[in-house]
Design a protein around this ligand. Structure first.
Ligand SMILES: CC(C)(COP(=O)(O)OP(=O)(O)OC[C@H]1O[C@@H](n2cnc3c(N)ncnc32)[C@H](O)[C@@H]1OP(=O)(O)O)[C@@H](O)C(=O)NCCC(=O)NCCS
Length: 191
């Protein structure tokens, strides 16, 4: 992934995750998120490119030592301006922002070498794009001397994504309840 790709990645994120927190925060916030992800020195940010028209047809991102990435994000003062803009647009987001801050603060401490797969999405489904992305992600993770890749995804009404992860060797570590949502925490040992 390069800076020029972030426009496409942010648009793809909005389409793939319509009711998720980042999407509700708006395009500028997502753009900011992926710009920071790309600049974080322990991230893995990959895109899949159509071989004919060279457009971006998928992406995957993740971080080693994810808590350090979130610290970096919060240390960037622009995040406050973006939060204020989102709240002006939708005041109900205030609660979601506070909840999210607390959740990140209380997040289970992982080994700093572990890698969080934060998002993966493709434009064309069931054509092998997602598989190529996650395989490349795992290969990149192996080069970063990690033992585990972990991710969190919805437990319900998310069968295709869950099967996709399970097919690529992720196993359920535990469940997490976030208000009305039940999430699965998956892990893949790669050492
Ligand atoms: C989850 C997601 C990333 C998977 O990407 P994908 O590109 O569809 O994945 P693949 O094509 O590699 O594999 C999916 C299925 O297509 C099948 N497939 C792969 N290549 C194929 C081909 N050429 N023809 C037909 N089927 C194919 C795979 O066997 C697999 O089928 P299975 O699940 O029945 O075994 C994608 O569906 C997506 O973007 N979802 C929305 C966002 C999301 O939910 N992200 C994950 C949660 S964080």
């Amino acid at each position: 992934m390069q800076q020029d790709d972030i426009l496409s990645v942010a648009n793809m994120h909005m389409n793939a995750f319509p009711n998720f927190f980042l999407t509700k925060m708006g395009f500028d916030f997502i753009y900011f998120y992926y710009t920071n992800a790309l600049s974080y020195y322990k991230s893995i940010c990959l895109v899949a490119i159509d071989k004919d028209d060279k457009s971006i047809i998928g992406f995957v991102t993740g971080f080693q030592d994810a808590s350090m990435f979130y610290q970096m994000l919060r240390a960037n003062k622009r995040i406050y301006l973006l939060c204020i803009q989102s709240i002006i647009r939708n005041p109900l987001l205030t609660y979601a922002i506070l909840r999210n801050q607390m959740r990140i603060g209380n997040k289970q401490q992982r080994q700093s070498s572990d890698i969080e797969l934060s998002s993966i999405a493709t434009d064309y489904k069931k054509r092998g794009v997602g598989s190529r992305l996650i395989t490349s992600f795992i290969e990149a993770a192996k080069c970063m001397q990690t033992s585990n890749i972990y991710l969190t995804t919805d437990a319900h009404q998310n069968k295709s994504a869950r099967l996709f992860y399970e097919k690529h060797g992720f196993i359920i570590e535990k469940y997490e309840i976030r208000r009305k949502r039940i999430l699965c925490q998956y892990i893949k040992c790669i050492s």
